[in-house]
Each structure stands twice: as structure tokens, then as C-alpha cells.
Design a protein around this ligand. Structure first.
Ligand SMILES: *Cc1c(COP(=O)(O)O)cnc(C)c1O
Length: 389
């Protein structure tokens, strides 16, 4: 079945009540008809629900639906995107192992790798996302996993996923892709050769900014290890959040199509504005990796960066002149958000580090929502027109 159908139908085993919409099971534990059944379920001899830190029917519906949409054998849901990354690392890495990761990662992912995994003797080496030779050079005999986000945030650089997958296979290491920005509606990393997909369900899977959650998708064998960590260490998804995400998946495809159309139109409009010196969006024909993006993605996503004249002062002027856009670091919402990366998401980097990764003081990030495009443009034009004089 196609992704649109799986998004609406997969993962729901109707109960004896014959409900049409997916039910919520807000229960911490489950009961047995006898002591013998309890013993069999506890030992794993008989599969079935025991406790909602292990399994829960509402969470399972979300897991099965997302696994089907990503083309994966199995999905494990987690309490957040960060705990999806933590559980994956705890499950598949040991002290002394190394990760090779893209330099352009979500800020908390870098902290997780350096500050927390580092504490347990796991070292992460960072490389330029699109520089395949740098990835290869950073691999050592201790490397166990390659980790990337594509497109990157907020500069829309693209990782060549099939090439990274081939590299991973050649060196016998795993490739994990954080698919948060494109979702299975626009990119299916497993089909491109990746071993693991990480999601922050908080973003587009919900799509309406209501709940925090995450997920890992991949093979039965790898996910059994991830499941072991979640079941024992406890970063499980709540049934209510799983229900919100399950309903979010139903409209994912439609929303992502609309997000992409709006983002491309906004990128083109920004490109011709005199106060804008540069636009970063892989959907633009002059993006250096536009052809690669077109090959491995079904759409270009809805997060774009643009540089305005006059540095930080210009950027803040444009942001502060908005009246409708939400000034916030979050994304993946029907509401358009605007942020100044240099002083927020990338504020902990030194100016030299920021310049090195292209986060200039005049850079603004917009995650394009589903308000009417004219209203989004009008809100941005107020500050941009003033800036252009
Ligand atoms: C938000 C985000 C995360 C972390 O997800 P949470 O649900 O906030 O824990 C990880 N990766 C990317 C790319 C994100 O945008």
C-alpha cells in the first residue's frame, strides 16, 4: 500500500468494541486471567502486555504505523527525540566505540554525544556533512556508527545518503539518519541504505506543536536492542502522546506537500528582495546540491535560512517587525516560526565557530507553516522593506 494509505490504516487492530478511530489505553499495567498466564507473560514465553513501560496498545499503533511508513521492520517509540538518540546509542555502542557525525547537527544532539556519551568513553568525530572524503578519513577501527541529519538546519546542506550507506557498509558500521526535517512523506532513509532512522515526533509527525516524543525505526535485530534500553531504562512514550502522533501521521503527507509548496514560494520571493543577500533552501535550482536533493527526496522540506543586510541588527529588525510569526526555536508546526540562530540555537558557539559553519550574524531561520503565504510574506515584508530603505 502507498504511504498515504498506511498513514491512515496501518497499525490499528480493532478491539471487541468495533471502534472506528484508534482508541487510547491510558493504563500503566495489564491483568492476567491466571497465575500461570502471568508467569508466561513475565517470562516472555507468551507475548502480551505486562506494563506500559514495556508495551502499550496505543503506543504500538503509532510504532507500527510509523514503521510501515518508513518501510522499516520495527519501530520503538520514545519519550522525546533526544531519548530516541540516547536509547539508540546505549543499545548499540560500548565504551571505547566512536561515532562519526555531521558537524551540522541539532544542538542537543552534539551535547548528548560530547558531554554525556563522552562521559562513558564514547568519542564523536565531526565532519562536513557533504564531504564524503572527510567521513571516510574520520572512520577508525573503533568507529561503530555514522550519524547525520539531512537537510541540515538551518543551511539546507544535503547528505548523499546512498553514498554514506555504501561507506558504512564498506567499513562494517551502522548509518543512522535523523529524518526529522523531511519525515517519511519526503524521504525514506532505509530505502536509501541507512540502518536506522531517528525521529523527533515533536516536529512534523505531530505537526501541530502539541506533544513531545520520538522514535527509532530499523530492522528487528537492531530495534530489539533499542527496545531493551527503553523497556529497562524507561524513556517510553505516553499513550496519550502516541495517540496524538498517530492522528498526526494521518495528515502528514498532505501537510508536508503544503509546507513544501509554501517554503519554495517564500524562498523565491525572499531571493528577489533587496534586503536579502542569500537564501538557503535545497528546492532552489541554484542550491549547490539541488540535483542530489531531487534524487533522494520527494520534496525539499519547510525550513529555510536567509541572510539579510546589516548583520545582527538587520536580522533582529526583521524578526521584531513581525506581528504574526512566532519568535521561537521550535519547528514542524502549522504555525510559522522565526528565529535568529546566531543568538539562540547556535548561541553557545564562538563567533569564529559560527562563521566556520556558516551561521552568520545576519542569518534568519524560518520554518514555514500553513498560514496563507500572502500573510507570511506581508509579515516579513514589514521589516525587510524598512531594512532595504
Ligand atoms: C527537535 C529535534 C531533535 C530532538 O527532539 P526532541 O523531541 O525535542 O527531544 C532531534 N533532532 C532534530 C533534527 C530536531 O529538530
Amino acid at each position: 500500500m502507498s504511504l498515504e494509505t498506511l498513514a491512515v490504516r496501518a497499525g490499528h487492530d480493532r478491539t471487541a468494541e468495533q471502534e472506528h478511530s484508534e482508541p487510547i489505553f491510558p493504563t500503566s499495567s495489564f491483568v492476567y486471567s491466571s497465575a500461570a498466564e502471568a508467569a508466561r507473560k513475565f517470562s516472555g514465553e507468551e507475548v502480551g502486555n505486562v506494563y506500559s513501560r514495556f508495551t502499550n496498545p496505543t503506543v504500538r499503533t503509532f510504532e507500527q504505523r510509523l514503521a510501515a511508513m518508513e518501510g522499516g521492520e520495527r519501530c520503538v517509540a520514545t519519550s522525546s527525540g533526544m531519548s530516541a538518540i540516547l536509547a539508540t546509542a546505549m543499545a548499540l555502542l560500548n565504551a571505547g566505540d566512536e561515532i562519526v557525525a555531521s558537524r551540522s547537527l541539532f544542538g542537543s544532539t552534539v551535547s548528548l554525544f560530547d558531554k554525556y556519551l563522552g562521559k562513558f568513553g564514547i568519542v564523536t568525530r565531526y565532519v562536513e556533512l557533504s564531504d564524503l572524503k572527510a567521513w571516510e578519513d574520520a572512520i577508525t577501527p573503533a568507529t561503530k556508527m555514522l550519524f547525520a541529519e539531512t537537510p541540515s538546519n538551518p543551511l539546507s546542506e544535503i547528505a548523499d545518503v546512498p553514498a554514506l550507506a555504501a561507506l558504512a557498509r564498506r567499513h562494517g558500521v551502522l548509518l543512522a539518519i535523523d529524518n526529522c526535517f523531511l519525515t517519511p512523506a519526503l524521504q525514506q532513509p532505509l530505502a536509501l541504505g541507512a540502518d536506522l532512522i531517528i525521529h523527533s515526533a515533536t516536529k512534523y509527525l505531530d505537526g501541530q506543536g502539541r506533544a513531545v516524543g520520538g522514535a527509532v525505526v530499523g530492522s528487528h535485530a537492531l530495534l530489539e536492542e533499542v527496545f531493551g534500553v527503553v523497556r529497562t531504562c524507561g524513556p517510553c512514550m505516553s499513550p496519550f502522546n502516541a495517540w496524538v502522533f498517530t492522528k498526526g501521521l494521518e495528515t502528514l503527507s498532505l501537510r508536508m506537500k503544503a509546507h513544501c509548496e509554501q517554503a519554495l514560494s517564500l524562498a523565491r520571493w525572499l531571493q528577489q528582495h533587496p534586503a536579502v543577500s542569500r537564501v538557503y533552501y535545497s528546492g532552489l535550482e541554484d542550491h549547490p546540491q539541488h540535483a542530489l536533493a531531487r534524487r533522494q527526496q520527494k520534496g525539499f522540506g519547510a525550513v529555510l535560512g536567509f541572510e539579510v543586510i546589516n548583520g545582527q541588527q538587520g536580522a533582529w529588525q526583521v524578526i521584531d517587525a513581525t506581528r504574526m510569526l512566532s519568535i521561537t526555536g521550535n519547528l514542524g508546526d502549522v504555525k510559522t516560526t522565526i528565529t535568529h540562530p546566531a543568538t539562540t540555537t547556535h548561541g553557545r558557539l564562538s563567533e569564529a565557530q559560527r562563521e566556520a559553519v556558516g551561521i552568520t550574524s545576519g542569518l534568519i531561520r524560518v520554518a514555514v507553516g500553513l498560514e496563507h503565504l500572502d500573510d507570511i510574506q506581508r509579515d516579513l515584508a514589514r521589516g525587510l522593506d524598512a531594512l532595504a530603505g
